[in-house]
Ligand binder design. Structure first.
Ligand SMILES: *[C@@H]1O[C@H](CO)[C@@H](O)[C@H](O)[C@H]1NC(C)=O
Ligand SMILES: *[C@@H]1O[C@H](CO)[C@@H](O)[C@H](O)[C@H]1NC(C)=O
Ligand SMILES: *[C@@H]1O[C@H](CO)[C@@H](O)[C@H](O)[C@H]1NC(C)=O
Ligand SMILES: *[C@@H]1O[C@H](CO)[C@@H](O)[C@H](O)[C@H]1NC(C)=O
Ligand SMILES: *[C@@H]1O[C@H](CO)[C@@H](O)[C@H](O)[C@H]1NC(C)=O
Ligand SMILES: *[C@@H]1O[C@H](CO)[C@@H](O)[C@H](O)[C@H]1NC(C)=O
Ligand SMILES: *[C@@H]1O[C@H](CO)[C@@H](O)[C@H](O)[C@H]1NC(C)=O
Ligand SMILES: *[C@@H]1O[C@H](CO)[C@@H](O)[C@H](O)[C@H]1NC(C)=O
Ligand SMILES: *[C@@H]1O[C@H](CO)[C@@H](O)[C@H](O)[C@H]1NC(C)=O
Ligand SMILES: *[C@@H]1O[C@H](CO)[C@@H](O)[C@H](O)[C@H]1NC(C)=O
Ligand SMILES: *[C@@H]1O[C@H](CO)[C@@H](O)[C@H](O)[C@H]1NC(C)=O
Ligand SMILES: *[C@@H]1O[C@H](CO)[C@@H](O)[C@H](O)[C@H]1NC(C)=O
Length: 760
């Protein structure tokens, strides 16, 4: 079972070829996304500070467009600015529209398009996104066009101007080599890692080991991810992005203690009710010299694999949902100062990138003093802090701009990849500027730190990344109409479309409720119970902060009316996607009313079992309607998620089953006994039908029986039943019929029409 560095040595790539100051990568991007216009665009560096670009008509090449820029990233942004402002097209999570560009491009005229980033860093990602969203993504899948893939994501990021993306893949490969050199066996190492879909929390030191399967992370996964990471790092670099690479965090297998009995290894706190075997992760005190040795080993191996000058920015979190074992100034300062010195000893230019999630999530522990002690041990210029949830719980004020350390204003927006309409546009256009312009501010970046990539609320990402290139607040009225017209690029877009987006912008995208600043979760994805589902606030809110019938219902009707006026709209994938998604949201919200009614009837002492049956019926019917509409669109499918997992295993069906188990477990039980049950739930076609519906049927049945036999409601009994359903579902597999069930079902317009008549 030896993983063996030799196996991959031959794949070491020469990154010296693609230095940050090269335009080869952006030219390749044009070849990928605009193959018919390769000769139109010409890129050139111009001297100057920061990131800026100028796009103009070429003086020498008739019909040509010249883009000059101070950095590769600025050239990519300049290209995007031209394509969206003059071409009227976008690149969306749902696909690129650039193939619709006319062969003769619109000229720019006398006034060139100029842009200048207001921040040094445009950051992308969150450690957990690597599990919630991209875990099963290939670099580029050719056989199976339409799969989510890194190649596409990286182009999306480059065009939007991102220059600092997180790059976690491959961490387990480097780390296993470090541990092997330190004397650990393959068994020690592979049984320490968590399952493929749960590695993020292993990386953060929350969990260790894996449930399901053999309890070991397959060596194949580790090697494949390294191969993937090499492609990712190379592509990032070529597109002018600095990958934030991983490092040695201090979290170690328990068995390290056997090999180093005198090492200062501590047992960290328990996470989210996981049994101790899977949490209470061992942590090597950075004060111990062994920490420095392992850090050096890690960074050297990483440099060997990716090249020495790819990046000096290292992501490293020790207290993300781990409570420090000490609370004194000396303790906290020792941890951080020794951590940074370990990085610097191996790479003198090292910068420590930290997700400052704990300062907002555990503000009870992280008082001003403790934050000062912890950060005080680190020189200002060797750190970059992610103010992870700036739109709702910014920490930069109470920390006085992190005591002068550079930091990034981040939009977190959603937890667990939950699905629901939500955003606060005005916050995005004003708050980053306010932070930047505060006297003494050390803010240096703007970033996206969503837990799961959100495809439906794309407007939120687009706007924030636009704001990174504008020193005054973007005018929302103009922005919304330009957003709508480039999202649905058709000749003579009906005015009803703009009206629909105006409604959305002033309702679902104007969420000022301070207690639920995150994508709103549908209650039908939650484990059924008599109480506690509705009106939740916090990170996984279920409280609907807008009036459905006065906002998204008319917005949907206006879009549908537009598609009658202009039939071409129905062929625009983003339009179909939005119609499906609004329909989904409306039905999900109506479900709450039906559920509330059922509970009221059950609670009434006069009701009969037949009343329960009658009140339960529409609940189950609306779930079927939700499933039906989701099944019509490729972006809302459970089968896509499972397929993306299984396909990585090729012909190895046992391995495919393990990956499928991981895929299923993460979006449902999320833990051996459902420790994080439904945290990463999804409104997906196929999942609604095979799982949520089954749970709600069992719930309705339970209430009927309880009425019939006058047995009191017992939540424990019901939960046990729900756990059985979940375990059964999680362990099911597609077996050998790989790929068979990946595809849509039904016609969006017919299904939506039917739903409108029946429900709306
Ligand atoms: C990559 O992802 C994009 C966006 O989802 C998709 O349009 C494209 O077809 C994918 N590419 C491949 C080769 O699958
Ligand atoms: C795990 O951590 C918790 C504190 O979060 C502690 O109470 C418990 O004793 C720890 N368990 C072990 C086995 O160390
Ligand atoms: C600090 O931790 C010690 C134990 O490690 C505990 O007794 C003490 O109450 C803590 N102090 C504060 C202010 O929380
Ligand atoms: C801090 O580290 C020093 C050695 O670098 C050690 O002497 C001291 O005991 C440590 N203090 C704490 C509280 O860990
Ligand atoms: C960091 O910067 C702040 C503000 O400029 C300054 O007061 C502080 O002394 C600096 N800290 C370090 C460790 O250099
Ligand atoms: C649909 O839109 C919601 C917002 O309502 C968003 O959270 C989600 O990512 C979108 N996409 C899918 C596939 O659900
Ligand atoms: C957004 O909500 C605020 C109140 O919270 C209101 O003052 C403002 O007019 C709203 N904006 C839009 C565009 O509706
Ligand atoms: C949820 O909140 C709404 C609006 O405040 C309220 O009308 C409703 O009764 C609440 N429902 C529950 C179950 O608490
Ligand atoms: C119904 O009864 C349960 C259990 O007694 C209670 O928790 C819940 O709030 C009640 N709901 C309504 C809508 O009356
Ligand atoms: C899977 O097996 C089939 C039949 O044995 C073979 O043709 C195919 O190449 C194999 N695919 C992979 C990825 O190994
Ligand atoms: C609910 O059921 C559990 C498990 O059967 C039982 O232990 C408990 O006593 C019951 N609770 C009530 C209030 O009846
Ligand atoms: C919203 O509209 C639906 C369908 O017409 C209706 O059943 C429901 O009562 C309305 N809800 C509110 C709060 O008006």
């Amino acid at each position: 079972m030896k993983i063996g560095i030799l196996a991959v040595c031959t794949l070491v790539i020469n990154l010296a070829m693609t230095s940050a100051k090269s335009l080869v990568g952006i030219q390749s991007l044009v070849k990928r996304r605009l193959p018919r216009h390769v000769s139109v665009f010409s890129f050139e560096f111009s001297p100057g500070p920061g990131d800026s670009f100028v796009v103009s008509d070429s003086r020498t090449r008739p019909g040509g467009i010249d883009i000059t820029c101070t950095t590769t990233s600025a050239c990519a942004r300049g290209l995007f600015e031209y394509l969206k402002e003059r071409g009227g097209l976008g690149i969306w999570w749902t696909g690129s529209q650039f193939d619709k560009l006319p062969s003769h491009l619109p000229p720019i005229g006398d006034i060139p398009i100029r842009g200048n980033s207001i921040v040094k860093y445009r950051y992308y990602s969150n450690t957990v996104t690597f599990s919630y969203t991209t875990v099963f993504w290939p670099f580029e899948e050719t056989k199976d066009s339409g799969s989510d893939n890194w190649s596409y994501l990286l182009d999306w990021l480059a065009l939007h101007g991102i220059n600092l993306p997180l790059a976690w893949n491959g961490h387990e490969y480097i780390l296993s080599e470090v541990y092997r050199d330190a004397g650990l066996s393959d068994l020690d190492i592979l049984s320490y890692f968590s399952g493929p879909a749960f590695l993020s929390w292993n990386r953060l030191g929350n969990i260790q080991g894996s449930w399901g399967g053999s309890g070991k992370l397959p060596a194949r996964w580790i090697i494949d991810q390294l191969v993937l990471q090499k492609k990712i790092v190379r592509r990032m670099t070529s597109l002018g992005m600095t990958p934030a690479l991983s490092s040695f965090t201090g979290f170690v297998p328990r068995s390290l203690h056997k090999h180093y009995p005198t090492a200062d290894i501590m047992t960290e706190s328990q996470w989210d009710n996981f049994p101790s075997a899977f949490t209470n992760v061992s942590f090597l005190n950075p004060v111990d010299n062994l920490f420095k040795t392992l850090q050096k080993s890690y960074l050297m191996k990483q440099q060997d694999v990716y090249g020495a000058d790819v990046s000096h920015i290292y992501t490293l979190d020790q207290y993300s949902e781990n409570t420090p074992l000490g609370n004194t100034s000396a303790y906290l300062r020792n941890i951080s100062s020794n951590t940074i010195s370990s990085l610097q000893a191996a790479d003198p230019k090292a910068i420590w990138l930290m997700q400052a999630w704990m300062f907002s999530s555990d503000s009870a522990f992280w008082t001003r003093d403790r934050i000062n002690w912890y950060l005080g041990g680190i020189p200002n210029d060797t750190m970059l802090i992610l103010d992870l949830y700036s739109e709702a719980y910014p920490q930069w004020q109470r920390t006085d701009s992190y005591g002068g350390k550079p930091w990034v204003w981040c939009e977190l927006h959603g937890f667990g990849g939950n699905i629901g309409l939500e955003g606060n546009l005005v916050t995005l256009t004003t708050q980053p500027l306010k932070a930047l312009n505060t006297p003494g501010s050390s803010m240096q970046g703007i970033g996206l730190t969503m837990e799961g990539l959100d495809q439906g609320n794309e407007i939120v990402y687009d706007l924030l990344l636009n704001q990174a290139w504008s020193s005054s607040p973007i005018d929302l009225t103009a922005y919304i109409s330009s957003f709508a017209s480039r999202r649905y690029p058709t000749k003579s877009l009906p005015s009803t479309v703009f009206l629909a987006w105006k409604i959305l912008a002033s309702s679902v995208y104007n969420n000022s409720d301070p207690n639920s600043q995150a994508t709103v979760k549908s209650i039908f994805v939650l484990q059924p119970a008599l109480s506690g589902l509705v009106n939740r606030t916090g990170h996984h809110p279920t409280k609907i902060f807008y009036n459905t019938n006065q906002t998204i219902v008319p917005a949907l009707k206006l879009l549908l009316q537009a598609s009658v006026e202009n039939k071409a709209l129905r062929k625009v994938p983003e339009f179909a996607y939005d119609v499906v998604n609004l329909t989904r949201q409306i039905l999900a919200n109506y479900f709450i009313d039906l559920y509330t009614r059922l509970v009221m009837i059950y609670n009434s002492t006069h009701s009969t079992p037949e009343d329960i049956t009658a009140a339960g019926q529409p609940l189950l019917e609306i779930l079927s309607a939700i499933d039906e509409v989701l099944m019509t669109n490729e972006h809302f499918l459970l089968s896509k998620w499972i397929h993306s997992a299984r396909v990585l295993a090729g012909n190895d069906s046992q391995y495919a089953d393990l990956l499928e188990f991981n895929a299923r477990s993460q979006i449902t039980l999320w833990g051996p006994q459902g420790q994080n049950n439904d945290r990463a739930a999804k409104d997906w076609g196929g999942l609604v039908h095979s799982y949520y519906l089954v749970r709600w049927q069992a719930f309705v049945h339970y209430l009927e029986e309880s009425k019939r036999f006058t047995t009191p409601y017992n939540g424990t009994v019901l939960n046990q039943e729900m756990f059985k359903i979940a375990e059964h579902w999680v362990k099911a597999t597609w077996g050998a019929r790989l790929g068979e069930r990946w595809g849509t079902h039904g016609d969006t317009w017919e299904v939506v029409d039917k739903i409108l008549q029946r429900w709306i």
